[in-house]
Design a protein around this ligand. Structure first.
Ligand SMILES: [Zn+2]
Length: 164
């Protein structure tokens, strides 16, 4: 039985840089509900529910290329990257073969949580999600003196995408 790693995993992904000329797309193979990508009030593009999503359901899988630590360090230096730490060694790069889950924005009070199960990253609903709501997950960036300022707008916002 896999356990949830909601409190222990760390996302190192962060996207900065220029606006994509094309609207990002979702891969229907990895999406379990009707979702769409649209401009987000939080950051660039976001992913939104188009139908009600019950609590505790798999919503989308975060997919991408599986890369090593050394490769992760290289790609982390790029101006735009979507890197998700899977475990102590592997990272998933959502910019290569990503399902679209890499466009899900950070919130300090998210409606999704990441569940790492048999090498897969599954985004599960933490509560009922209404149609039109933006999907969010807590990126939990590493503690760092150089904090990434958060603009999630949640009343529970800790002011930083990094864990404090
Ligand atoms: Zn916040």
């Amino acid at each position: 039985m896999a356990r949830t790693r909601d409190t222990t995993w760390t996302v190192v992904s962060y996207h900065v840089g220029r606006f994509d000329p094309q609207l990002p797309r979702l891969d229907p193979q990895h999406v379990c509900f009707r979702l769409r990508v649209a401009p987000s009030p939080i950051h660039r593009y976001g992913v939104f529910a188009e139908e009600p999503i019950p609590r505790g359901r798999k919503v989308i899988e975060y997919t991408g290329e599986r890369i090593s630590r050394a490769e992760t360090r290289k790609r982390y230096a790029r101006p735009m990257h979507y890197l998700f730490t899977l475990d102590d060694y592997w990272t998933i790069d959502g910019s290569v073969g990503g399902s679209g889950a890499e466009y899900i924005n950070h919130s300090c009070d998210p409606n999704l949580r990441a569940w790492i199960h048999k090498g897969h990253i599954l985004y599960m609903s933490r509560r009922v999600i209404e149609p039109g709501e933006e999907l969010t997950v807590d990126y939990k960036f590493n503690r760092s003196p150089l904090r990434d300022v958060c603009s999630c707008g949640s009343p529970k916002c800790r002011g930083s995408i990094n864990v404090l």
